[in-house]
Structure formats: C-alpha cells, structure tokens
Design a protein around this ligand. Structure first.
Ligand code: PLP
Length: 389
C-alpha cells in the first residue's frame, strides 16, 4: 500500500523554489544553504580519493576511519560516551539519518513530539514511518524555546519519541542547559526515545550547545544526529551521521540504510575524513562571518522594514524568523507576504506556516548568503515597502 504517501506533504520550500525560478536576478534568502565553500582539507581529500581509485563499494555503515573519527568527535566535542565506532552510521546528509532512525524506532500510530515551527522533514519522516507527529509550540517571547509543562502535557500512552532540534531551524532558538536537563528527565520518566538533531551545533552565537546524550544515562535512549552540511559547508556533498547505542535498533537502521543506499558515496566519505582530520579553523571563521551577516541583516531590517517585520537576532543557526507586523491576524499572511516579496522584490523567503501552524504570521530569511546578496535584498525591501503589501 503506497497510498499513505499521498498524505506525506512535500515541503512548501519546493513551491518557493519553483517560484524563485520565475524571478530574474533573485536574492536567494529562501534556501538554507551557506555561501561558503567547503574547506581545502575536504576538497583535497576527495581529489586524492579519486586519484587513488577509492571509487568502489565500502561498508554500508561507513568507511572505518571515518567512523573512528566521528566516534572520537562525539566523545571529545559532544561529551557523548561513545566507546565503540560501531555505534556510528554514516548517512547521506542529516536528512537520511533521520529517515533511517525513524524507520528503526517507530511503529505505526506511535506519536512523535515535534517542535512547531520546525524544519518540515521532522514531521515528514514521522509520517513516512506511519507515525503521528504531535506539534509542541516554541514561543518567540521565550527565545523560541518550549513551555516545558505544555510539552509534558502532550505525552500520551502512544508517545514514543521526543524529537529535539537545537540550535533550531527555522527560529534560531537554542535550548538552555536547564531546558535540556528537564527534557532528559521527561524522557526518562515517560520512557521516551530522543532523536537529537544537532545539525547546527557549530552555528551558535549566544549561549552554549548541550548534547542531551551527554547527560548521565541519556545516550542509551538518545540518537544524536549530525551533518557536515552546515559545519563544513558541504551541503551538496550529502554527508551526515547518527550514533545508536542499542544494537537491535542499530541493526534495523542499518537495513534501512542498506536498502536505500547500499553505502554512502565513498569519495564524499573521504572528504569527511579530510574535514575531521584537518584544521577546525573554518568552523570558527564561518561562525564569526555568520554573526556579522546576522547583525548586518537585522540592522537593515530595522532601518528599512521595521514597520513591516519585528524580531530579535537569533542565538543560533542562520535564519531570521521575523514576525509580519502589517498582516498580523491574517491567516494567509505568511504565504501572501512571501509571494509579494518574491514577485515584486525578487527576495526569496519561506512562509512561516510551512514550518507548522505556530509559524503562521512569520517569514524565514536565510542570512548565510553573501553580504552583497543580503544588502541587495535589504535595498529591495526599502523600495518595496514604499508600496502596500
Ligand atoms: N536538520 C535540520 C534541522 C536541518 O535544518 C537540516 C537541513 O537544513 C538537516 C537536518 C539536514 O541537512 P542535510 O541533509 O543537508 O545534512
């Protein structure tokens, strides 16, 4: 029976992308893709792998050296007690990591607590596993964090997974250490699995990144998920990973991986080895530049579009999730305003409602684009907002 797939939505980001193709000289603030290039350590490792004909099948779960390096990174940087590189599964980006994990843990009709708003594939992967995503609101007034009592009240006998994402897409919210500690307590108390999506672990401006699996007893029930996309500007290369302590769940995830990919591109995995063996300087450089772009973008918004948008600079990730002042209360406001910005201002953005009902009334702009693209978009807003939305 494949018909259930008809009920799994394709993200509105696709609709936006199609709209963007109709625009001449667009400002692509809609895509969550950083403008930086992958570091030379990655490119030279890939070139070497090709020259040395490392172009054959490799183990399904990943090249052993890469898994060793990832296990060491999880221990040293994330403080997760990974003692065996066999826990690690290398995936085609974070998105496939989430797919194999959902397939491995979820039974039909299980409930998954998902933030609202959230990167759409989080709910999509739950649906793909025939489970039910349950929206848990994040609040702007609270730095885009949960009301944890409210989150706990959504737990039922069917709740199996708590999906966390910090720093968060689309809001840039970062959970505090005390949030993470309380979430760990909730997971233990209600016997939940945690999928901890830490794709933006390195893109943090204020506060600290805390991996929930580093807390006592939590790695046993947590599957931490990462990607090379954001930390090493490798979005198109498609490299991610998860760590799974439980052997039975890991075996299931391995099957999902095998049947969808056999193994992840060997050359890209050598690129990942280059990234982890080489200097980590790029991470700090990217973060400093992203902070400067964030500040530039918010200065421009205040100056040129302060009447239309409001919002505080995010603590992490690289998105401005701005409230639309002019259209507050209008249920179609985020799509309508996004279409106006795209068609009349050439400015790519994503309607907040695409990330969940709680995102209605907001727009997401990615500020990880080149500075001149950001200033171009801001100039365009300046012109545009002389005209009524
Ligand atoms: N998780 C979150 C929250 C994301 O925003 C993304 C990408 O935008 C991913 C995971 C997956 O990224 P990728 O598949 O490029 O590794």
């Amino acid at each position: 029976m494949a018909a259930y797939l008809d009920g799994v939505p394709l993200s509105g980001i696709i609709r936006i992308r199609d709209l963007m193709f109709t625009v001449k000289d667009p400002f692509r603030l809609d895509q969550g893709d950083i403008s930086f290039d992958a570091p030379d350590t990655v490119k030279s490792a890939m070139t070497r792998a090709i020259a040395e004909n490392k172009t054959h099948y490799v183990p399904t779960t990943g090249v052993p050296r890469l898994r060793e390096l990832i296990a060491a990174k999880l221990r040293d940087k994330n403080r997760i007690p990974v003692t065996d590189p066999d826990d690690v599964l290398v995936t085609t980006g974070g998105i496939q990591g989430l797919y194999v994990v959902c397939q491995a843990i979820l039974e039909p009709a299980d409930e998954v607590l998902v933030p609202d708003p959230e990167w759409p594939p989080a709910a999509g992967h739950a649906l793909l596993a025939k489970a039910v995503p349950v929206a848990c609101p994040l609040y702007e007034s609270n730095g885009w964090r949960y009301d944890l009592d409210e989150l706990e009240s959504k737990i039922t006998a069917r709740t199996r997974v708590l999906y966390l994402n910090t720093p968060q897409n689309p809001t840039g919210g970062v959970l505090t250490r005390s949030d993470v500690e309380r979430l760990a307590e909730i997971a233990r108390e209600h016997n939940l699995w945690v999928i901890s999506d830490e794709s933006y672990e390195d893109v943090i401006f204020d506060g600290e990144h805390v991996s929930i699996a580093s807390l006592p007893g939590m790695y046993e029930r947590t599957i931490p998920l990462y990607t090379f996309s954001k930390s090493y500007a490798m979005t198109g290369l498609r490299l991610g990973y998860v760590a799974i302590r439980d052997a039975a769940i890991r075996d299931r995830a391995k099957k999902a991986l095998f049947y969808t990919a056999s193994n992840i591109s060997s050359v890209v995995q050598y690129g990942g080895i280059g990234a982890l063996e080489g200097s980590q300087e790029c991470i700090e450089q990217f973060r400093a530049e992203l902070r400067a772009r964030r500040d530039l973008f918010y200065r421009g918004i205040r100056e040129y579009a302060g009447e239309v948008f409001s919002g505080e600079p995010p603590a992490g990730a690289f998105y401005a999730f701005l409230r639309i002042r002019a259209q507050a209360g209008d249920q179609s406001s985020s799509w309508r305003t996004a279409e106006h910005l795209i068609k009349n201002g050439r400015i790519g953005c994503v309607p907040g409602v695409d990330f969940g009902a709680h995102g209605e009334g907001y727009l997401r702009f990615c500020f990880a684009r080149e500075r001149r693209e950001l200033t171009g978009a801001l100039e365009s807003m300046k012109t545009l907002f002389g005209v009524r939305v």
